[in-house]
Design a protein around this ligand. Structure first.
Ligand SMILES: Nc1nc2c(c(=O)[nH]1)N[C@H]1C(S)=C(S)[C@@H](COP(=O)(O)OP(=O)(O)OC[C@H]3O[C@@H](n4cnc5c(=O)[nH]c(N)nc54)[C@H](O)[C@@H]3O)O[C@H]1N2
Ligand SMILES: Nc1nc2c(c(=O)[nH]1)N[C@H]1C(S)=C(S)[C@@H](COP(=O)(O)OP(=O)(O)OC[C@H]3O[C@@H](n4cnc5c(=O)[nH]c(N)nc54)[C@H](O)[C@@H]3O)O[C@H]1N2
Ligand code: SF4
Ligand SMILES: [Mo]
Length: 761
């Protein structure tokens, strides 16, 4: 048995890929999920309150809600409905459930089976050497954590992970506790997600976030969607694309896969759209090779540059370049030395299509670039994103209506968590603010991010692992290596809603602390509380649950953090944790004092729709040292593949939320009833002598070390030759901990060198 990822096959079925996303099928599936897992009335009540100005923020992705009028009946998508059904399920994981299922039995379950077991109802404890979790009181759980933390030689021997679902209020208190305890070891899911964005954009435009609003997408002449699968992961983004198209805009998609959601969209709420059979979204699809976006964009820039030289000022926005940018001459010199043919050969897209793309960009004044994990999870991700910034800068497409850069965030509050201080690096101004407001000396040294936390656990220098949400073992790279690290810890603590593999792969002692979800009412001593989140476009909004808690023993994340902090820090702390836990307004007042942009937080967050955080580049105020946006020069990607090696990307199916598996179907890719699949180019299959459905093992070799992922099935797919695609998290065992993105240290989940070997029966 492999308890890190059970190697069991189901019943693979390949069907025709649908030609459009959403439509009535999506509505039917939303309702089906709610019906299957929730009391129907409760489910419909929750759906009607999701993403409403007086409701709760969808716990799915970070796509923004409309600023103005919202549909009173449906501001959600199929995957939002699935997220609700998953959280507000009728199923319960009680102490009796844990008594029945040993750790070994839990390990034998797939992620789908584990998650579907239901909501955890009580705090649970696993003693050293024990086979089963047993119930523990909240006070004893806090005492156990405090004892372990206070027994360490240094606060840096503990690490505190955050997943991006935590609210601003919970996240702020968490980092405050961790820093009062004495460390900056605050790894978060961002380290594996948009860290490359933060690094690339801070260096070039002076802010680590995107610059667009929803309106900018509607008003763009051209939207370039790169390395993103919005039909699955940000479904309501398709509405924005549709609006752009209706306003006369065009769309270029850049992806190794022809993702269904990018091609055609039927708005399920528009009878006209349904009748018309939808809107074609992508005008030009560029089927780039994995991680060759750099050579593609370089080729486009080279073509544009040649045109610009012939008639200066007709292609580039020279006024913007002169007034607002630096580094242009070095960049154009690099273009002079670039071979167009080399770039074309590298990216695998035809010269004709590249010229067509260049023509579309030439003819557009207002360009928006949307992207996600397809750009951020490679060794040269920071370079690739900066190359995209170069393209926007030469067209003056930052800081004006209808234009800008739109890194599409994943978790619903991953952006907010960073804004309120979840980061292993403590910025001096925030440090000073914490020091002044709370009267303590926050640690100065950078802490561990995700990759460095894993390495430190493995080396035995980190001995306590604490997680505010998420599923660390399944989300991280190099699963076996990470498991060895976690298992060496004295204590692992998980604040969770549902069982997951991080409860199976544990330290010598382990605790599960069950918390309220976004959908649930949060009643404290001073009355009903609400929390707040920041979406992908920098809007902070309130979120107030509407359902009754799934168990009377559940506590809010805020109250759990306050309990841990009070028990651990005792009289040493300058914070009144109990007061914070009982009145979230007091937390927001503290945030307002410490974080720029949150002035009058309590007042403004109560306004319907919330408020926008300041964003300098939107007004061409670039927060770099010289106040300018920077062109940057980077090398092209290089991948040396050995004989029989492919470059592998790991992606999400349509039926999962990261490591939470909603179902076994990837409907938009026509892959049903199986997740252990490897999508391959048909010519490559022929060359390798592999047939559709054939059972294979996958291996990756780095520095002489071989990693295995066994028992997958081959699926012929439209993907460039030399590239393969698997699902996250099943293939995470192949992602080497020894490689990560330069500067951002993000694991290389989208470009792993892998061999595919037929299984001998
Ligand atoms: N339903 C649902 N919604 C989600 C999530 C979920 O799991 N389920 N996860 C949330 C989170 S945390 C995140 S970060 C986002 C993730 O959202 P996405 O980034 O859309 O998610 P991935 O499935 O990783 O898809 C990456 C896309 O990039 C493409 N790609 C891979 N490599 C390359 C490359 O080198 N170049 C180019 N141009 N394209 C490439 C893939 O083919 C795929 O279409 O979604 C969020 N929303
Ligand atoms: N190979 C590969 N690996 C990847 C990626 C990839 O594309 N490829 N993507 C990376 C990315 S972009 C991300 S963001 C990470 C995601 O990494 P994580 O954020 O760590 O993982 P999730 O699967 O989102 O976490 C799911 C768990 O969160 C808990 N949970 C759900 N709701 C709540 C809540 O309200 N509160 C609390 N406390 N817990 C809750 C549940 O117990 C559930 O099991 O994975 C990364 N890993
Ligand atoms: S687009 Fe994202 S935030 Fe909006 S309803 Fe769908 S899953 Fe939720
Ligand atoms: Mo993410």
């Amino acid at each position: 048995m492999n308890e890190l990822t059970p190697e069991r096959l189901f019943d693979l079925e390949l069907r025709e890929r649908p030609e459009h996303a959403a439509g009535l099928k999506a509505v039917a599936i939303s309702v089906q999920h709610v019906e299957e897992y929730m009391h129907f009335g409760e489910g419909m009540h929750a759906l009607l309150k999701m993403n409403q100005k007086d409701g709760f923020d969808c716990p799915g992705c970070a796509w923004p809600d409309p600023d103005g009028r919202r549909s009173p009946i449906a501001e959600y998508c199929e995957n939002g409905a699935k997220a609700i059904a998953e959280e507000a399920t009728n199923m319960r994981v009680t102490p009796e459930w844990f008594a029945k299922h040993s750790i070994n039995e839990m390990g034998a379950m797939t992620d789908f089976e584990l998650g579907k077991s239901g909501r955890i109802t009580q705090p649970m404890y696993l003693a050293p050497g024990a086979t089963h979790y047993v119930p523990i009181s909240w006070d004893d759980a806090f005492k156990t954590i405090a004892e372990e933390l206070n027994a360490l030689n240094s606060p840096d021997e503990a690490t505190f992970y955050t997943s991006g679902r935590a609210s601003n209020e919970a996240a702020f208190l968490y980092q405050l506790f961790v820093r009062q305890y004495g460390t900056n070891n605050l790894p978060d899911c961002s380290n594996m997600c948009h860290e490359s964005t933060g690094t690339a954009l801070s260096e070039t435009i002076g802010i680590g976030k995107g610059t667009t609003t929803l309106q900018d997408l509607h008003d763009a002449d051209l939207i370039i969607v790169m390395g993103q699968n919005p039909g699955t992961n940000h479904p309501r983004q398709l509405n924005a694309f549709e609006k752009c198209k209706k306003n006369g805009g065009r769309i270029i998609s850049v992806n190794p896969l022809p993702e269904t959601g990018l091609m055609k969209f039927i708005d399920p709420q528009s009878p006209l759209d349904i009748l018309k059979r939808g809107t074609k979204l992508t005008d030009l699809f560029l089927q780039v090779k994995i991680n060759e976006d750099m050579s593609l964009v370089r080729a486009i820039c080279k073509i544009l540059w040649e045109e610009e030289k012939k008639a200066p000022g007709t292609v580039f926005d020279q006024e913007f370049i002169e007034t607002h940018t630096a580094g242009y001459n070095a960049w154009t010199k690099m273009l002079e030395d670039t071979s167009l043919q080399e770039c074309i050969d590298g990216c695998g897209v035809s010269a004709m299509q590249i010229h067509e793309a260049a023509g579309m960009i030439h003819g557009s004044e207002k360009i928006v670039l949307c992207y996600a994990m397809g750009l951020t999870q490679h060794e040269n991700s920071v370079d690739v994103i900066q190359e995209m910034v170069n393209l926007l800068l030469l067209k003056g497409s930052i800081g004006k209506p209808g234009a800008g850069i739109c890194p599409v965030r994943g978790h619903s509050n991953v952006q907010g968590d960073r804004t309120v201080g979840i980061w292993e690096k403590l910025k001096p101004e925030f440090r000073d603010a914490l020091k002044a407001h709370f009267n303590f000396e926050p640690p100065k040294e950078d802490g561990f991010d995700v990759v460095n936390s894993i390495k430190a656990m493995h080396a035995g220098t980190v001995k306590v692992f604490f997680a505010l949400g998420g599923n660390f073992i399944s989300a991280t790279p190099d699963t076996s290596y990470t498991a060895e690290g976690l298992r060496q810890c004295n204590l692992t603590v998980q604040i969770s809603t549902k069982p997951n593999r991080s409860h199976v792969v544990h330290g010598k002692k382990a605790l599960i602390l069950p918390c309220l979800g976004r959908t649930e009412k949060d009643i404290r001593a001073t009355g009903e509380q609400f929390v707040s989140c920041e979406n992908s476009m920098g809007v902070v909004q309130m979120s107030k649950g509407v359902l009754n808690p799934k168990s009377p023993h559940l506590r809010s994340e805020v109250s759990i953090i306050c309990g841990v902090a009070a028990a651990t820090l005792g009289d040493k702390s300058t914070v009144d944790w109990a007061a914070m836990a009982n009145d979230y307004d007091s937390i927001r007042d503290a945030i307002a004092s410490c974080v720029t942009g949150f002035e009058r937080y309590n007042e403004r967050v109560r306004e319907p729709g919330g408020f926008y955080l300041p964003n300098g580049p939107r007004n061409r105020n670039f927060g770099t040292d010289d106040g300018k946006a920077h062109f940057t020069v980077s090398p092209l990607s290089t991948h040396q593949l050995a004989e029989g090696e492919y470059l592998m990307m790991t992606v999400r199916s349509h039926d999962q939320y990261n490591t939470t598996i909603y179902g076994m179907h990837d409907r938009y890719r026509g892959i049903h009833n199986e997740r252990r699949v490897v999508m391959m180019n048909e010519e490559d299959m022929k060359k390798a002598g592999l047939k559709a459905g054939e059972k294979v093992d996958l291996t990756s070799e780095y520095d002489g070390e071989v990693r295995h992922a066994r028992l997958f099935q081959v699926v012929p797919y439209s993907i460039p030759s030399g590239n393969i695609c698997t699902y996250f998290p099943e293939a995470n065992t192949l992602v080497p901990i020894t490689r990560s993105a330069r500067k951002s240290n993000t694991p290389i989940s989208k470009s792993v060198r892998v061999k595919v070997t037929a299984k001998k029966d």
